[in-house]
Design a binder for this molecule. Structure first.
Ligand code: F6P
Length: 533
């Protein structure tokens, strides 16, 4: 596996020259006027996901140089090494095989182990669903986990609400803040509740603390059968047993936390949507895996998106990217993507430990449309920073309110159009001034009412939000993050940056009780005393 960091390639120099000569000043409006085929040239169909890239600040030459970059960096070689189970997570000495979790039986590495746990987990999920159907059966399932043991299921369950069991409420508790678990427990009946303790390591402070609270609450409320009402999803079966949990679904160290919703960590999803739908979710992700592995570079959507991310981050120097799903079910997608992208690629040294001279992960953020339009879109249209936006539109809704859906889609289209077209001060001046600003100079008002335009966006279109299409969409994001990480030459699969805070927290916890501030910096000592007052 031979990989080269992006800034050590010839293509990087060519891209720099191209950026200085044409790329920086590319005007989307002129590009569309020049090339009537631009939409066709810059749109791609991947499994379940259509992507319009034509409103991005690229032209044919940009794409050409970016594809050269991918080739020179050896992205495809690293991809193949990942898929083959080579230990590409160097700092932890591990393979990266979340793709094996969604490979058909007999097809991927570790297939027997993967399908053994999957079958058992899905059979268990079906038993929980049957229990909920019986009189006096389960009504509530509480998943206790954080990070990758929370964000995936917490994103997918509402996204697939149309496919969910109607008699079961799913709850997600993650924060060590008691304000998270307390309101959930308040309304539960221990006899009708199942707790899933989800933790790859079964040592994470937040999860262990919340699990202990749940167990104490269960016993205090007369709950008797811990073995029936608590289940664990973890790689640490002994620790789960020591907690008193008999039913455990395992997974493996080659499943990264933020890539784990396809493993036993997906149990709450399987309980919500059932076996057939969970298998469809896996199949959608697998279809995207095949696309990433097999599609030629110019037609490979995750590859193209990862290249675009590097173009924007390192040449245009855009510091953030906004994700705007026009589907209320995808309201947790931005939070999910924050872990996927920023925990993976928020790194400042390359695989050899050399300090990187270039920017890596952008800040990823967003909210569902149309809510975001009435909050931060003002800044997207008229602020001083350019923020590439990713619109996610779904053709067919799962409800019968056709009029609402038409309005939703029109809003999504209008926003990407407005970002690109903008409105000149002359056009604004030609409009009738609003009655609210009668004394204001016309030209001044026109400047306030003008939009620069030429602001880039990508639009992803799904036919419908189904288990299969959602699986494909998530896998698309995973491989895109892989691609930009590979180009930057970083290890996208470790997360050492979360360790220092954990260690300091363990030191501060006893000090919070004792008040001992000895040796602390003045700020932390002052805050500690204030919090103890
Ligand atoms: O935040 C760090 C992290 O290790 C994540 O990568 C992981 O998803 C999360 O903590 C939870 O870890 P665990 O599943 O072991 O409780």
């Amino acid at each position: 596996m031979k990989t080269v960091r992006c800034d050590h390639t010839e293509a990087w120099g060519a891209l720099r020259g191209h950026f200085e000569a044409h790329g920086r000043d590319l005007d989307l409006r002129e590009a569309f006027a020049r090339d009537p085929g631009r939409f066709e040239d810059f749109s791609l169909q991947a499994p379940e996901v259509f992507a319009d890239l034509s409103k991005n600040l690229i032209d044919i030459a940009t794409r050409h140089f970016l594809l050269d970059l991918a080739r020179e960096c050896g992205v495809e070689g690293l991809r193949d090494a990942m898929l083959a189970g080579e230990p590409i997570n160097g700092t932890e000495g591990r393979a990266v095989l979340h793709t094996a979790l969604r490979a058909p039986r007999g097809a991927g590495p570790f297939s027997d182990e993967v399908h053994g746990v999957l079958d058992a987990m899905l059979a268990y999920a079906e038993r929980v669903r049957a229990d909920a159907d019986a009189a006096g059966g389960l009504t509530d399932v509480v998943n206790i986990g954080i990070g990758g043991s929370d964000l995936g299921p917490a994103m997918v369950v509402p996204a697939l609400d149309a496919h969910a069991h109607r008699g079961l409420r799913l709850h997600f508790v993650s924060n060590v803040d008691g304000h998270d678990i307390a309101p959930v427990l308040r309304d539960l009946d221990p006899a009708r509740t199942l707790f899933i303790i989800a933790s790859k390591t079964f040592t994470t402070q937040e999860t262990m603390a919340n699990a202990a609270v749940a167990r104490a609450w269960f016993v205090e409320r007369g709950g008797r059968d811990i073995a029936r009402h608590f289940v664990a999803t973890t790689t640490n079966v002994q620790a789960a047993a020591a907690f008193g949990i008999g039913t455990t679904f395992g997974f493996w160290d080659w499943v990264g936390g933020r890539y784990s919703l396809w493993s036993a960590i997906g149990l709450p999803i399987a309980i919500a949507i059932g076996e057939a739908n969970f298998r469809a979710l896996l199949a959608g992700a697998h279809a995207m895996d095949r696309h990433f592995a097999e599609a030629p570079a110019q037609a490979n959507l995750p590859l193209q998106l990862g290249l675009l991310d590097v173009w924007y981050r390192n040449f245009h120097r855009f510091p953030t990217r906004c994700v705007a799903p026009y589907h209320q079910g995808l309201r947790r997608l931005p939070a999910y993507l924050q872990q996927l992208e920023m925990e993976s690629n928020g790194k400042r040294v390359d695989r050899d430990g050399q300090a990187l001279p270039l920017a890596t992960s952008p800040v990823v953020w967003g909210e569902p449309g149309t809510n975001g339009q009435h909050a931060f879109f003002q800044m997207l249209h008229q602020g001083t920073d350019v923020v590439p936006v990713e619109f996610i539109l779904v053709r067919h809704p799962a409800h019968g309110h056709a009029d609402l859906h038409a309005k939703l889609l029109a809003n999504g289209l209008a926003q990407s159009q407005a970002l690109m077209l903008g409105k000149s001060a002359d056009a604004a001046a030609a409009e009738r001034a609003p009655a609210t600003s009668p004394g204001l100079d016309r030209a001044v008002l026109a400047r306030h009412r003008s939009f620069p335009g030429n602001r880039p966006s990508t639009t992803l279109v799904l036919d419908a939000l189904t288990p299969r299409s959602l699986g494909a969409l998530i896998a698309l994001y995973e491989h895109r993050v892989f691609t930009s990480g590979a180009l930057w030459g970083i290890n996208s699969f470790d997360q050492w940056g979360v360790e220092l805070g954990k260690a300091l927290c363990n030191q501060l916890l006893p000090r919070l009780a004792s008040g001992d501030a000895g040796g602390l910096d003045a700020s932390t000592a002052g805050l500690l005393q204030r919090l103890r007052r």
